[in-house]
Design a protein around this ligand. Structure first.
Ligand code: UTP
Length: 297
């Protein structure tokens, strides 16, 4: 019987420089799409996939993130008094059970691989998920849940994969495909941010992973790679060499890169339009500015 994935690492120690000056005092993960912080989307996705232990790798200045998951008795009291039961429920949904969250500090931003490695003692000897809250995925069935279901069949390591235009490959870890099985691909290599003509395929890795503890072992031995950072991609690539049990999973859904301004704005529009109470107003506004734009051409 394959061991269930019940632990997830959320690496949130990055500096979020692309959102300065906002990120001078607001952690990127607290920025909101409509009315929910990015981290809430990630937590909801993890819960849907059966995750029970939530491990945050944080850094200086991320206090607001820790506060966000605390109970807010005063606020709850106030909403109760005013009989705002819907809002009270929204608030309660953000509460986390005591002991379900752990915070680990990454003292220096040495890269995503290093951030994951910082959580090694809490993972011990189990398979685990990694979720990058910057990558928000709109999907009927949450992306990690899709992956956990596929993993129940395959075991090994699994990364979420998405097709990209060749000129975008220098922004991603790219998969070298050994065998295309449809939804799944068997991977024979991974390259971090290759130039378009060096990309081994058009399949890019995005921020959802299911990994074996071996990857943590590999991280133990890694020196800094591309960009001077310790890369998670390099540790997974080593796992491919050693055990050939890495799969790419073509998830069903739309991914938004909320670590970039453009992606964040696109997600704001998409999630706004998906909300019944906002749809009419927002789409009327978008249509009106598109018409102005056309008239100006
Ligand atoms: P990014 O590459 O987006 O970096 O990290 P960043 O610092 O968050 O943002 P910019 O580029 O300065 O705007 C991808 C993910 O890896 C985490 C980040 O928090 C983010 O979730 N990360 C990155 C760490 O936890 N530690 C690191 O040393 C680097």
């Amino acid at each position: 019987m394959r061991r269930k994935v019940t632990k997830a690492i959320f690496p949130v120690a990055g500096m979020g420089t692309r959102f300065l000056p906002a990120t001078k005092s607001v952690p990127k993960e607290i920025m909101t799409l409509v009315d929910r912080p990015l981290i809430q989307y990630a937590i909801d996705e993890a819960r849907a996939a059966g995750i029970k232990e939530f491990i945050f790798v944080t850094s200086r200045g991320k206090g607001a993130l820790e506060d966000y998951f605390d109970h807010a008795p005063q606020l709850e009291q106030e909403l109760k008094k005013k009989k705002k039961s819907e809002l009270l429920q929204i608030l309660k949904n953000t509460n986390m059970e005591s002991g379900a969250i752990a915070y680990i500090r990454q003292h220096r931003a040495l890269g995503l691989g290093h951030a994951v490695w910082c959580a090694r003692r809490l993972i011990a000897n189990e398979p685990f998920a990694v979720i990058l809250p910057d990558d928000v995925i709109a999907a009927e069935k949450p992306c990690l849940q899709q992956m956990v279901e596929a993993y129940a069949e395959t075991g090994g390591n699994m990364v979420a994969a998405m097709e990209v235009e060749p000129e975008r490959s220098s922004s991603y870890g790219m998969l070298d495909v050994a065998e295309d099985l449809g939804q799944l691909v068997k991977v024979k290599g991974m390259v971090e941010k290759p130039a378009a003509d060096k990309a081994p395929s058009n399949l890019a890795v995005i921020g959802r992973y299911i990994l074996t503890p071996n990857v943590l072992q590999n991280l133990n031995q890694l020196k800094s790679g591309s960009g001077g950072e310790i890369q998670l991609t390099d540790a997974i690539a080593r796992e491919i060499e050693q055990s050939r049990n890495v799969y790419g999973y073509r998830f069903r859904g739309q991914r938004f890169d909320c670590g970039s301004k453009s992606g964040f704005l696109q997600a704001t529009v998409a999630f706004g339009l998906a909300r019944e109470e906002l749809r009419d107003d927002l789409s009327a506004y978008l249509r009106s500015i598109m018409q102005i734009d056309k008239a100006a051409q």
